[in-house]
Design a protein around this ligand. Structure first.
Ligand code: ADQ
Length: 467
């Protein structure tokens, strides 16, 4: 069995107390690391003025962790700058928010190169290398330039936009070319895969072999959809135990007979949080009989607060909230409850279960795991209804949700009304069909199928592509 080497921007070391809420990728890779001996390489999350060029090594069970520190400038240019201010908005189709700077792009390439240098010294020829997400797109190109011929895979967690959109970003041509240094590239949906393959074919005149493979300068890269899933059993176990947590008890007490609508997202402009509040406002205006009978709880932990666009979003969300609650609230009833804390998974699971409607309306999202968690947490005898944006990758799979366009607040408001009125029989029928898909394509399926295909040596690229 080859060794599995995972590379991601942040590395999640298990909490020694076992109490901490494990990050998404840590949960996703747990079983894969049980099957393979593993190394997980990436940023420690720390900055230091003079970081070592060698990673700090930590051993936990059968996984070795290799942690790199960054300089403050690296963090600013690579992470806050190019990754989160240029690539992230571009890939979420928000061209007006994408801020390109040459210094940031140079910093992004520099960190990728220094990660590749450190990683190359630790790899063995038969290691399977699995790189994660948009922070590290050029990593394989850097590793190949150092002579590595390993099987290298990449999974892209966020949308891959149409070539016409991606092509507006300076540096996009070089990044697209570096995709061809991977053997296998996984994206969330078939549409993303098509966008990426089309980009490489259009930009470089690469040839396509069959549906999935592009060939550029004699190198074959397989590009296809591997929709990420959740740990269904683990999540359901957590949802079944109703925790005696203050937040759950207070939510139940404050609701009384009212029905709950829930939204759970990182505070990010891709998630459509102010737009969702306005859709709920529209619902209350169009359905005055519902005022005082429904509460919308939006949980939105602050993220990337060093990036100016996120500070601006935070202000917009608070202003929208204040305006709506001021205009429509009554003594004893606040229409929208808004909290910016992160909660343990058990609390989220209980809140999902209590909520009659899960409102998941991102403007764009690679997949959106909250949609799947909401469905998995429901009571099979009396499930709630999922309202889901057509622009979330999850909408390609969960076609039994109420699929909406989040740009149309009237459409979302109507979906809220219909969801609240849906009879139990229909709720159960839709829930069962969604649950089947969530179970069939859970997180083990995702990791297993990607790694199996990455390890498959048929059509292996023997030589490196270029100097
Ligand atoms: P995210 O943009 O972070 O992930 P999402 O898929 O919804 O989006 O995952 C968020 C995770 O954080 C969920 O597991 C959720 O439970 C958790 N979470 C959210 N709010 C929380 C809170 N207040 N407290 C605790 N936990 C909270 C990126 C892409 C997605 C893609 C994933 C995985 O943007 O499109 O689905 O990676 O590939």
């Amino acid at each position: 069995m080859p060794r599995l080497v995972v590379v991601s921007n942040r590395v999640a070391i298990p909490d020694p107390t076992g109490k901490g809420s494990a990050g998404g990728l840590a949960v996703a890779l747990k079983e894969a690391f049980q099957a393979y001996r593993g190394l997980w390489f990436g940023w420690s999350g720390r900055v230091s003025a003079h970081p070592s060029l060698e990673p700090k090594l930590v051993d936990k069970g059968n996984v070795h962790y290799a942690l790199m520190d960054l300089t403050p400038i690296d963090r600013q240019e690579y992470y806050n700058g190019f990754a989160n201010r240029a690539l992230w908005p571009n890939m979420h189709y928000r061209l007006g928010l994408s801020e390109f700077s040459r210094a940031d792009y140079a910093g992004y390439l520099r960190v990728n190169r220094s990660f590749a240098n450190a990683l190359a010294r630790m790899t063995r020829p038969d290691d399977l290398i699995w790189v994660h997400d948009y922070h590290l797109i050029p990593l394989a190109a850097e590793l190949r330039a150092l002579g590595l011929t390993n099987r290298i895979g990449y999974f892209h967690h966020i949308p891959w936009p149409a070539p016409e959109v991606f092509g507006t970003l300076p540096g996009s041509r070089e990044l697209l070319r570096s995709i061809a240094d991977y053997d296998l590239v996984g994206v969330q949906t078939d549409r993303d895969a098509d966008n990426l393959r089309r980009g490489i074919v259009q930009e470089f005149g690469a040839t396509q072999q069959g549906t999935d493979v592009v060939v550029l300068d004699g190198r074959r890269t397989r590009i296809k959809g591997f929709p990420i899933g959740i740990d269904v059993k683990g999540f359901q176990q957590v949802a079944r135990r109703s925790p005696a947590h203050r937040v759950v008890a207070q939510t139940v007490a404050s609701l009384g007979p009212r029905r709950l609508i829930i939204g759970v997202d990182r505070l990010d402009y891709s998630k459509g949080i102010p737009e969702r509040m306005e859709a709920f406002e529209r619902f209350l205006i169009s359905n005055p009989d519902q005022r005082g009978n429904v509460t919308f709880l939006q949980i939105a932990p602050t993220s990337r607060s060093e990036v100016p666009e996120y500070a601006s979003l935070s202000r917009t969300a608070s202003e929208t909230l204040g305006r709506i609650n001021g205009a429509l609230g009554e003594p004893g009833w606040v229409p929208i409850q808004y909290v910016t804390s992160a909660y343990p998974r058990s609390v989220l699971a209980s809140l999902y279960k209590i909520a009659r409607v899960g409102l998941v309306t991102p403007m764009r999202d690679g997949m959106n795991l909250v949609a799947k968690e909401y469905v998995a947490a429901q009571d099979p005898e009396d499930p709630g209804v999922l309202i889901l944006s057509k622009f979330a990758g999850a909408a390609q799979q969960l076609t039994d949700a109420f699929i909406v366009n989040p740009n149309d607040k009237f459409e979302v408001a109507e979906a809220i009304r219909d969801a609240l009125h849906m009879d139990r029989e229909e709720r159960i029928a839709r829930w069962k069909r969604m649950m089947k898909i969530i179970e069939d394509y859970d997180v083990s399926w995702w990791a297993d199928s990607f790694l199996k295909e990455l390890g498959d040596r048929k059509g292996t690229n023997k030589a490196r592509r270029r100097v």
